[in-house]
Write a protein of this length. Structure first.
Length: 223
């Protein structure tokens, strides 16, 4: 939730608890509806995984669909809040495709099942990039390379060699600007109708091998 820290400074504790409860309910519904799993909630943020712990051949696509649908879903919620005289909300979503390792991290008094790896960190950094680029959704080129050719609509923008907060190396990303909210939707199409359309980032996809034989993973995450 963008600006949640500032918002919570002026809200009674009961309203904060109610807001987070409704937020978690809506997010969990969207993630599970796209075959994802909520790994954890961290305050006003959430990390979800697709294709882990069970393999999912459509993990990248389902993660992307979840990001788009969740964006629309939360927009509607924000409009409802405004009609009820409550503060509107805005959100930031980062999505990446890569490798992770998962399992129980033991502790003396607390153990937790989670996934870890640089892919998790990059997903979080992409979410942080939303604020810098005034975007609702930022996805990595690795994820875009795994999507059908028809995923991209005119609202999406591409940034090559973009600087990502907290990382020394630049990355190629694709983003959905805030002003495009309410207009973005993903509709599966007949692949044959799009056979002649170029796939953005196709050259880099061909040059980079993502290791498909390994277990796939995608995540929406907050820093």
């Amino acid at each position: 939730i963008r600006g949640f820290t500032s918002l919570s400074e002026t809200m009674p504790l009961e309203e904060i608890a109610s807001l987070l409860t409704e937020y978690r309910r809506r997010v969990t519904q969207a993630v599970s509806g796209c075959d994802g799993v909520v790994d954890k909630f961290i305050g006003d943020g959430v990390m979800a995984v697709f294709g882990f712990p069970l393999p999912l051949s459509t993990a990248a696509l389902r993660a992307f669909e979840c990001a788009v649908e969740l964006s629309n879903f939360l927009d509607v919620w924000s409009e409802i809040r405004m009609r009820d005289g409550e503060e509107p909300l805005s959100f930031a979503i980062g999505v990446h495709y890569g490798h992770v390792i998962g399992g129980v991290i033991p502790g003396e008094h607390h153990s937790e099942y989670t996934v870890i790896g640089d892919s998790v960190n990059l997903a979080a950094r992409l979410q942080a990039m939303c604020k810098l680029t005034d975007a609702r959704i930022v996805i990595s080129d690795e994820l875009a390379c795994k999507l059908p050719r028809h995923w991209r609509t005119p609202e999406w923008q591409t940034l090559r060699a973009a600087t990502v907060p907290g990382r020394s190396e630049t990355v190629d990303v694709h983003l959905l600007p805030m002003q495009a909210l309410g207009t973005q939707s993903y509709q599966p199409q007949d692949p044959d109708r799009n056979a002649s359309r170029p796939n953005p980032g196709a050259a880099s996809c061909a040059a980079r091998h993502n290791g498909d034989q390994a277990r796939t993973w995608s995540a929406t995450s907050r820093a």
